[in-house]
Design a protein around this ligand. Structure first.
Ligand SMILES: Cc1ncc(COP(=O)(O)O)c(C=O)c1O
Length: 349
């Protein structure tokens, strides 16, 4: 077979493990389950699954645009936000071009670059935080895309607004900057920017978001990108026609209108985050301040894989961060207080 050489540089994706019968806290899913209104909408859509879904649903675009505060022609939907990254790869990346990202971040940016034969340049982090100056120094005339993740997976930390503004001002305007905001709804810091304001000043920005986290719809595979219409038009050229099922589209429309569920999910997360941060800190465990729905914890024995196995023996699955280049760390999705207390007790030993 004449496999493309670049394929050998793409490691297969490592998902958060799912162990039968255990509590899954390894993929940052919503512990409250799916939005009930989304479930109801999907039931209503079941009878029509013999009909192809809309290629671009104006109702979906208008509803989500209204919720986010942008225009309907500034939004595109992917089969998960993962697919929006591959649309970026298909439109902007290829041999002789490069994408700039960071170490210790989400793997799909590198995937989107390598899949299309482009180079991926990962800037080193500083104490596991994005080093934007280091990223700027990797940009050259062959760079066409820059990937940022805020709150970052797996650390949960944000890029503060002043630093982000300074960075955007320094990036040449013919380079697309993606800000992946999969965990945006959980961020409460006053330094967390309203990225839609930045879009007004930076036509080279693409903001991504997902229905997999706060809305509890990970299995439906629906995410979105927001950008200027001229950027959206280019991405639409490579979108596969029926990439979002009619069930996913109906669920997404209902989910953004389910304010009760959104508020309940944010409150659950805030309470668990506050409780867990206090508890883990009193237990002498080191972790990064989280603006997300998970905690990135340093293994007290520097053997995160061992700690993950011990938690697994107690029926709790968390994520060991070896594949993120952080082998001493693990990532734990926030759960109810009794579960978080159990985890802290096990880790303390
Ligand atoms: C930072 C980040 N971006 C994007 C995604 C993918 O989201 P989706 O399910 O919409 O493809 C994830 C999933 O865990 C993530 O952590």
């Amino acid at each position: 077979m004449k496999w493309k050489k670049d394929l050998y540089q793409i490691p297969p994706y490592h998902p958060g493990k799912k162990m039968p019968g255990s509590i899954k806290l390894s993929s940052n899913e919503n512990p409250l389950g799916p939005s009930p209104k989304a479930l109801e909408a999907m039931r209503g859509a079941l009878d029509s699954v013999h009909i192809y879904p809309p290629v671009v649903s104006s109702q979906l675009c208008e509803t989500v645009a209204d919720w986010r505060g942008c225009a309907a022609d500034e939004i595109i939907f992917g089969n998960g936000s993962d697919e929006v990254f591959t649309m970026v790869g298909a439109t902007l990346l290829g041999p002789g071009r490069n994408a700039v990202g960071s170490e210790n971040t989400f793997s799909q940016y590198e995937f989107a670059a390598r899949m299309f034969g482009a180079e991926y340049r990962a800037a080193p982090t500083r104490n596991y935080q994005y080093d934007l100056q280091a990223m700027l120094s990797l940009i050259d005339s062959s760079t066409s895309v820059v990937f940022l993740c805020s709150p970052n997976n797996p650390t949960g930390m944000i890029i503060p607004e002043p630093e982000l503004r300074e960075f955007l001002a320094a990036v040449p305007k013919d380079i697309l900057v993606i800000i992946d905001q999969a965990y945006r709804e959980y961020a409460e810091s006053e330094k967390y920017p309203e990225t839609l304001d930045l879009l007004k000043e930076h036509p080279n920005l693409l903001i991504t978001g997902t229905f997999s986290k706060i809305f509890g719809l990970a299995a439906l595979r629906i995410g979105y990108g927001i950008a200027r219409p001229e950027v959206i038009h280019m991405l639409l050229r490579v979108k596969s026609p029926f990439n979002n099922s009619s069930l996913a589209q109906s669920a997404a429309i209902a989910a953004v209108r389910d304010n009760e569920f959104i508020t309940r999910s944010i409150e659950f997360n805030r309470n668990s985050r506050e409780y867990s941060s206090k508890l883990f800190s009193e237990a002498g465990l080191e972790f990064f301040p989280s603006e997300s729905n998970f905690l990135c914890v340093r293994s007290p024995s520097s053997d995160a894989a061992g700690d993950v196995r011990r938690l697994q023996e107690h029926g709790i699955t968390v994520r060991d961060l070896h594949s993120f280049g952080m082998k001493e760390y693990m990532r734990i999705t926030f759960s109810e207080p009794a579960r978080m207390k159990q985890i802290a007790d096990i880790l303390k030993g």
